[in-house]
Structures are given as C-alpha cells and as structure tokens.
Design a protein around this ligand. Structure first.
Ligand SMILES: [Mg+2]
Length: 230
C-alpha cells in the first residue's frame, strides 16, 4: 500500500446521496403512469429502455428523462396526454436541483488524505451535473480534478491511469459499486475499496462475492484511513 499515489473517489452514493433521489423519482413516475400498468410493470419497462439507451445517451439525469418519456409512450401505446410529458420533464428538473447531502465521514476522510495523495473524482454521469454537485458539495478544494467518465470499464480506467502518468498498482479507487468501481480496477492491477450504500441501481448489481488481495470492503468511508496507514 505504500506505493499508492492517486486515490480516486466515485461521486454518487460514495461522496453524496444519489440513488435515493432516483428511486424517489421512479416512484413518482410509477404513480403518474398508474392508470396504464402496475408499478412493477412500469419499473420493468423503464429499466429496459434505460439500459437500451445507455449506449446512446450515457449515464446521467438527462438520459434518464428521455428514457422516462420513451417508457411513458410505450406504456400508454403512444396515447399519453402532453401533461404527462410536462410532468416527466418537471421531475427531471427537480432531480437536477436536489440538495447535495454528504455521506457520513466523507469530509473527515478527504481532509485526512489531502496533501498526502493526489485525490481525484472518477464518476459517470452528465458533465454539467457532476460539476454542479461537486461545486455545491464544497468538496472541490480537496480534489486535483474531476474525471467524468463515459463508462467505468477496464479500458476507461487504463486510459485514466495513463493520463495520470502512474502505474496501476499506484492507483486506489473507492466507490459503492462493485461492478463499476471495484472489478475493473482490480482487473487492471489497481487497488479498490467498496463502501456499500443501502440502495443500489439494478444495473450496478453483481451476484457473486469479490475476493482479492487488493480489495477490501468497509462499512464507512473513514475506515480507508487505516488501510492507507494515515
Ligand atoms: Mg456510485
């Protein structure tokens, strides 16, 4: 661990609350469409369309809004009133203006690591939205810069490490998603820590255990200080 030079933090549900807001919005969307289908059916159709659209829109709220509109059209067999589209757009804008709520121990952790390592944010999502959240979080002072990645596959992390001019074993990633923040980083030879959040988007779930010498799971983000001997 003494070789670590760069510590990268996932943003959503690692630094601040995110999935909770998406879950709330999905609930409102199901309510809005309840004349057409059961909640379960609506959620299933929305998820199907979201995943199909990822390759075109990428991750983030703007793509999510378009997917809600597309799902509403499909669920209503293209008979939905324009008021429903209006509502969906309003839900999306509300989602873009949600308050930034830092998770427990984040500020203490960053402040303890600041100056000892190069700290970066490595996140998916919309560039403008992620920048807004980081700015409003007040955490910007701790970070060297923010990387808004189009995806978090092995190739994306390899590119990031190359740009940072470090070796994979000098890279340490902290995040709430085993699929996006842990597995690809371990695969290229980096270190990773998983801090689970109580709600995980279905797309980020994996169904097997992760065991690796470069990997740990902690309940709280502050626990990484022990791992990094700070
Ligand atoms: Mg996350």
């Amino acid at each position: 661990m003494k070789n670590i030079k760069v510590i990268a933090f996932d943003a959503d549900d690692t630094l601040f609350i995110n999935e909770t807001y998406f879950a709330e919005t999905e609930e409102k969307f199901c309510c809005l469409m309840s004349d057409y289908l059961s909640n379960q059916g609506i959620s299933k159709e929305l998820f199907r369309i979201e995943i199909e659209n990822l390759k075109l829109y990428g991750y983030g709220i703007k793509g999510y809004i378009l997917s809600m509109i597309e799902a509403a059209m499909s669920i209503s067999n293209n008979t939905l009133p324009v008021e429903i589209i209006e509502k969906i757009i309003q839900y999306g804008k509300e989602l873009l203006e949600k308050p930034i709520v830092l998770l427990e121990g984040v500020e203490e952790t960053l402040s303890a690591l600041h100056g000892k390592f190069k700290l970066v944010v490595a996140t998916k999502g919309d560039l403008l939205d992620q920048r807004r959240k980081l700015h409003n979080s007040g955490l910007g002072i701790y970070f060297h810069h923010i990387e808004v990645m189009s995806d978090k596959q092995e190739i994306d992390y390899s590119d990031l490490i190359k740009r940072l001019e470090i070796q994979p074993e000098e890279f340490f990633m902290i995040g709430n998603s085993l699929k996006s923040d842990v597995l690809p980083v371990l695969a290229i030879g980096g270190h990773a820590v998983h801090i689970p959040f109580h709600t995980t988007w279905a797309h980020e779930k994996i169904d097997h255990k992760v065991e690796h010498e470069n990997f740990r799971t902690y309940e709280k983000i502050i626990d990484v200080l022990g791992r990094l001997q700070v």
